[in-house]
Design a protein around this ligand. Structure first.
Ligand code: OFO
Length: 167
C-alpha cells in the first residue's frame, strides 16, 4: 500500500510526464505549421511516449492501492523562434524531469518504500537516454548554425533518431 506522501509525489510525477507530453505536442504542432515535417513527426512521437510514461505511473499508483489523479496542465508554450530554440527547451525540460525523478527516488529510500524505488529505476534509465538524445540533437544544431541546407538535412534525418524503444 502506498503512503499518502509517496502517492502525492507520484501524482506530481504524473503531472510532470503529462506536462512533457503537452509541451512536446505544442512543439510538434509549431514544427508542422512551420514546414519542419521531420521534426514534427519526431516530436509527435515523443509526445506520445511521454503520455505512456504518465500512464505507466497511473497504473502503478492504482495497483498499489493509491489514487492516480489526472493532471491539469496550464501555460504550455506554443510559440518558438526556431528549431534550435525548441531543442534547447526540450533539453532544459528533460533536465528538470531528471532532477524531480532523482529527488523522488531519494524520498522512496528515506520512506523505505522499496517497491516504488524499484519501479522508478525504469524512469532513471529513461532519463539518461532522453538527456543523451536531447544533447546529441542540440550539438548537431550547433554545428549546423545558420546553414539552411544543414537544417534541411537535420529535419530529414531526425526521424531516424530513436526517442526510446519498445514502450
Ligand atoms: Fe518521461 O521522459 Fe521525458 O520527460
Amino acid at each position: 500500500m502506498l503512503s499518502k506522501k509517496i502517492n502525492e509525489l507520484l501524482n506530481r510525477q504524473i503531472e510532470l510526464e503529462g506536462t512533457s507530453s503537452n509541451v512536446y505536442l505544442a512543439m510538434a504542432s509549431w514544427a508542422e505549421l512551420n514546414g519542419y515535417e521531420g521534426c514534427s513527426a519526431f516530436l509527435y512521437k515523443h509526445s506520445d511516449e511521454e503520455r505512456m510514461h504518465m500512464l505507466k505511473l497511473f497504473k502503478f499508483v492504482n495497483e498499489r492501492g493509491g489514487k492516480a489523479v489526472v493532471p491539469v496542465i496550464k501555460n504550455v508554450k506554443h510559440d518558438y523562434k526556431d528549431i534550435p530554440e525548441i531543442f534547447e527547451h526540450l533539453l532544459k525540460h528533460e533536465l528538470k524531469v531528471k532532477e524531480e525523478i532523482n529527488s523522488l527516488v531519494d524520498t522512496t529510500l528515506k520512506e523505505k518504500d522499496y517497491t516504488t524505488h524499484n519501479f522508478l529505476q525504469w524512469y532513471v534509465s529513461e532519463q539518461i537516454e532522453e538527456e543523451r538524445l536531447a544533447r546529441t540533437l542540440l550539438d548537431k544544431l550547433k554545428l549546423i548554425g545558420n546553414d539552411k541546407g544543414g537544417l534541411y538535412l537535420f529535419d530529414r534525418d531526425i526521424i531516424n533518431a530513436g526517442v526510446e524503444k519498445g514502450k
